[in-house]
Design a protein around this ligand. Structure first.
Ligand code: BEZ
Ligand code: FE
Length: 307
């Protein structure tokens, strides 16, 4: 069924008032917000078509309303259940792709974006290149041995699309501890553990120590997790590190880098993996601070769209 208007040839006939959707759309007034006036007719049509195609009952609609209310009630500054719901429906990944194509164009030569996710925190400590984002590592932590095993050195360069080095770019990085939890989810971790902000040198270079990331389950003890269960889906995300790269005169890049050896790399519960963002960590020799190494370069698009 295409819309609420008279049935189009090829549409299945439905028994519902064929003028109803058009009347709802026509209720928008002449002083409506311009962007809303542009997009609401489409939203209303899709919503109404969904209800008609599914023969949605009042009881089912109420269950949906209560589900969304529960997401809202559960959301705090440490947990965004409504965003999580969007993530498992693929909506954050889709709007991320749309935004990147609108802002950067379809430029194949720049680093692809990936979703920000609900665990980014502003105000990560600024650290000198070559320092570590691992804080308060102590043998009392249950994942201490794993952290030693996973110690990793990451370095790379930021450059423009024309491959000119980007000096003074900032790179925000964050990932989970080996128990699969971000520091704000875990009282045993120090504030801002496994988060840092680095600035590229005159050749566009950055470097830091971290841990080779692990796969983790997104929080599944709320309504979004219940929905995953009802859909017979799993909660896992493949091992990844988040990056937010900013450079003057360039589009901000939000992305994630995924471990090729992770078993979930082809089955991400939030649909964020892109081929160009999948990497292989190498064994690192001669560095007592790290067993693994990764070189990864970021290529940013200019604000104007050109190189
Ligand atoms: C994350 O990568 O941090 C994330 C993304 C979507 C949902 C949950 C977590
Ligand atoms: Fe993450």
């Amino acid at each position: 069924m295409g819309s609420a208007g008279p049935n189009e040839p090829g549409d299945l006939p439905h028994p519902y008032d064929p003028t109803f959707t058009d009347r709802v759309i026509a209720a928008t007034g002449p002083k409506a917000n311009a962007r809303l006036a542009e997009i609401m007719p489409s939203l209303v049509r899709h919503l109404h078509d969904f209800a008609r195609e599914s023969n949605l009952t009042v009881a089912e609609w109420i269950a949906g309303v209560e589900f969304i209310n529960e997401c809202g009630r559960m959301s705090t500054d440490k947990r965004n259940e409504t965003q999580l719901l969007c993530d498992i429906l693929g909506l954050e990944s889709l709007v991320d792709e749309i935004t990147a194509k609108l802002l950067v164009g379809a430029a194949a030569s720049t680093t692809p974006s990936a979703i920000l996710g609900p665990f980014y925190r502003q105000g990560a400590p600024s650290l000198p290149n070559g320092s570590s984002i691992v804080r308060g590592l102590s043998p009392s932590l249950p994942w201490y041995e794993r952290a030693l095993e996973d110690a990793t050195f990451i370095h790379g360069r930021d450059s423009t699309k024309a491959m000119l080095p980007l000096a003074g770019a900032t790179i925000d990085v964050w990932h989970t501890a080996p128990n699969g939890l971000y520091e704000q989810q875990d009282d045993a971790q120090p504030d801002m553990n496994l988060r840092g902000r680095f600035t590229t040198d005159e050749l566009g270079r950055f470097s830091f120590y971290c841990l080779r990331p692990v796969a983790y389950a997104i929080p599944d003890d709320g309504p979004a997790g219940r929905l995953l269960g009802m859909l017979d889906r799993g909660p896992f995300r493949p091992a990844h590190i988040h990056f937010l790269v900013e450079a003057e005169g360039h589009k901000t890049l939000v992305t994630q880098v995924f471990d090729a050896e992770d078993r979930w790399v082809g089955d991400d519960s939030v649909f964020a993996v892109k081929e160009e963002l999948v990497v292989r960590y190498e064994r690192r020799e001669g560095d007592e601070r790290a067993r693994w190494g990764l070189e990864y370069d970021f290529v940013l698009a200019r604000d104007g769209g050109e190189a």
